[in-house]
Design a binder for this molecule. Structure first.
Ligand SMILES: Cc1cc2nc3c(=O)[nH]c(=O)nc-3n(C[C@H](O)[C@H](O)[C@H](O)COP(=O)(O)OP(=O)(O)OC[C@H]3O[C@@H](n4cnc5c(N)ncnc54)[C@H](O)[C@@H]3O)c2cc1C
Ligand code: SF4
Length: 443
């Protein structure tokens, strides 16, 4: 065998050794992702629930970085391209978009599949009212990580604007930015404003900052993804208790001497030539170049509108599950909040827990919560009624409508987690427009 023939044979052998296993592996993976996609279709999980990735196939280089990054295993590789193979699992963390090396993924909302109207925003979270921005859950994006990320991003954008255009006035009482709402989104925005040396004001209607976190059940396990908090650094923990999270925020506020004005409710935003005036419950008026609304959507819990709902045994949050020992409790709603409340109640001695689920499964919840609630159902800790709804609330019982017909269930307390009503009328009053069309909300 001459030398060139030997080289050719060795090259072919090397090629076969590398390429054949690669081909076998990618084919195997492809079959797994195809099967996952078919399963999602068969179970009706082929539509994203809320925010989700939009993959630009013309940019995708098939590196699979997003597939590896997705903690919910919602993405897969099909024909060398990334695809949202199991949309129902996606909770919109957006880590896939961050992992993509060619910026080929955007996180979008599809309000057509969402029940709520969504404010019309541009990619910097600016509404149609110039210099009024909406961030966090108010803009339609749930989860702590998104709220913190958007708070930071919106101020980066405002800071750039301020740098590139001279101030409209030398009036020192006119703030560069007023941020309303001291939940994770507003706190993150205020920290970024402080870091960038902006003249900022952070207003909160409650006695203390913290936002929706304050209403989590005691000792709730908070699930999140790594995210950078301005002036603090990267919050790396993926799981921590409600109490630890509140302590973390309070330490950050203390260490940075962040100014938070509590007990001050936003009543109006008046826009006039080149400036904005914020009017609050105390009759105070503050002038600003920019206003960032981070009001969340927990303010008004969505009601069931059934007879008896005004009873004192009805609650829209669960703070202390331990108070309901030896009680008959019902939880309505199979999203994360409902599941977490039902699980917390099921751990109390002598408590019976009924969970009312409008749907046939738990696709609105994080996969970990889905596993936990199914496990509790298998162990008979929670009795779940699917495709059911509450029709009447009385002192000692509740009537539900289920596929088995009308059922009367013995009950002492009922916890309703049907989501929150957006402060839509207020936003419309100040001139914010809403959309039903698919739109880009975060990169
Ligand atoms: C029970 C429960 C469990 C959850 N668990 C998780 C979890 O494990 N992981 C996760 O990532 N996310 C979780 N979330 C979601 C997460 O808490 C929210 O997505 C996040 O808090 C949204 O932040 P935000 O700043 O946009 O709004 P919020 O946290 O709702 O903050 C809004 C703030 O604005 C204030 N405000 C409202 N109106 C006015 C006004 N007119 N004037 C002045 N201030 C006003 C409110 O008082 C509040 O402090 C959970 C939510 C709930 C309810
Ligand atoms: S948005 Fe989050 S859950 Fe959805 S595919 Fe990307 S990483 Fe996964």
């Amino acid at each position: 065998m001459n030398e060139s023939l030997l080289t050719l044979s060795l090259s072919l052998l090397l090629f076969a050794l590398v390429f054949i296993p690669y081909l076998w592996f990618t084919q195997k993976k492809r079959k797994t992702f195809e099967a996952k996609k078919q399963e999602a279709i068969a179970l009706g999980h082929d539509k994203p629930v809320a925010q989700h990735p939009l993959i630009d196939q013309s940019r995708c280089i098939g590196c699979a970085a997003c597939v590896i990054a997705c903690p919910e295993h919602a993405l897969g590789m099909i024909d060398g391209m990334a695809e949202l193979v199991y949309p129902g699992k996606c909770v919109g963390h957006g880590v896939c978009a961050e992992a993509c090396p060619v910026s080929g993924i955007r996180i979008v909302l599809d309000p057509a599949k969402s029940t709520a109207e969504l404010p019309l925003l541009d990619e910097f979270f600016q509404s149609n009212v110039p210099n009024v921005y909406l961030i966090g859950e108010l803009g339609g994006m749930a989860l702590l990580r998104n709220a913190i990320y958007q708070g930071k991003s919106v101020i980066e954008h405002i800071s750039e604007k301020i740098k590139s255009s001279p101030r409209q006035t030398n009036n020192p009482s006119r703030h560069d930015v007023i941020i309303i709402g001291a939940g994770p989104a507003g706190l993150s925005a205020a920290l970024m404003a402080q870091k960038n040396g902006l003249n900022y004001l952070l207003l909160e209607k409650e006695e203390t900052p913290g936002g929706a976190i304050l209403s989590y059940p005691r000792q709730k396990l908070v699930m999140t993804m790594p995210v950078e908090i301005p002036q603090y650094g990267v919050l790396k923990k993926r799981e921590l208790s409600k109490e630890d999270l509140l302590t973390l925020w309070s330490d950050i506020i203390q260490k940075t001497s962040l100014k938070v004005t509590c007990n001050e409710r936003l009543e109006d935003v008046i826009h006039h030539e080149g400036a904005l005036t914020v009017v609050t419950s105390g009759g105070n008026r503050y002038d600003a170049e920019h206003v960032v609304l981070a009001l969340g959507r927990r303010g008004t819990p969505r009601k069931l509108n059934v007879p008896g709902e005004q009873s004192s045994k009805v609650a829209y949050q669960l703070l202390e599950a331990v108070r309901y020992k030896h009680m008959h409790c019902m939880v309505v709603g199979a999203g994360d909040s409902g599941i977490e409340a039902a699980i917390a109640l099921s751990k109390q001695h002598g408590t019976t827990v009924t969970l009312i689920n409008r749907g046939t499964d738990f696709q609105r919840a994080k996969s970990k919560n889905q596993d936990r609630v199914r496990e509790a159902e298998t162990q008979n800790l929670i009795k779940i009624y699917y495709q059911s709804s509450v029709s009447d609330i009385r002192d000692h019982s509740i009537t539900i409508q289920s596929p088995e017909g009308s059922l009367e269930i013995t009950n002492d307390f009922i916890f309703i987690f049907a989501g929150g009503e957006m402060p839509t009328p207020f936003l419309k009053k100040i001139g914010i427009e809403f959309t039903h069309k698919d739109r880009m909300i975060a990169a």
